[in-house]
Design a protein around this ligand. Sequence first.
Ligand SMILES: [Zn+2]
Length: 229
Amino acid sequence: MFHWRADILPGVSAAFTDAGAGNLALHVGDDPTAVRSRRRLLEESIAVAAGSLHFMNQVHGNTVAVMDAHSPAPEADAMVSRGEPLAVMVADCIPVLLAGESADGPVLAAVHAGRPGIASGVLPAAVRSMESLGASRIRAWMGPSICGSCYEVPADLRDEVSALVPETRSTTSWGTPALDLPAGARAQLETSGVALEYAGPCTLETETLYSYRRDHNTGRFAGLVWCHD
Ligand SMILES: [Zn+2]
């Protein structure tokens, strides 16, 4: 069910699911009842209340939603909370989980960082939002995503994105233009003063993870961050 799971701060855990947890997205043509029951199983396995895990309607933008217990699913690509459990869904984009400390307890974030998100700065925006809630000593855990040796793009798209985030400029293992989104995310986190604690493997090269580039008709795995006793 989990590709990776760890306690990241006192009372805070993070995880990235794998295909064993099944598809967790409602927008990919799967049976919604089955998706909802998989989300319930996931909540049980991390011991959070049923229905308390917040998912977002991800739109490849840079909007950050500050969530409380009663917030509906936002149209956003980043959520920030003072301990409310958060989830981000991906299949090649980078799921980034962040946690910081504040006088009022932990501040959490879950970010969907794909090509448009990296280009438009969704990660620095999420960090600023966490800081506005008083978070300091912010650290980041980057889950599995397509790597810079696999993510082939047209040359003009590579030029467009690498003009904004130079670290993304890459070449595939077969010699064509590519983007290295994890390198871009790493650079943006560093510039924002955030320490990177973990980076996952390549989704396209890992059969137990969903990859949109490998199998177009595919599910989504999730990054999760939550508080516990
Ligand atoms: Zn790869």
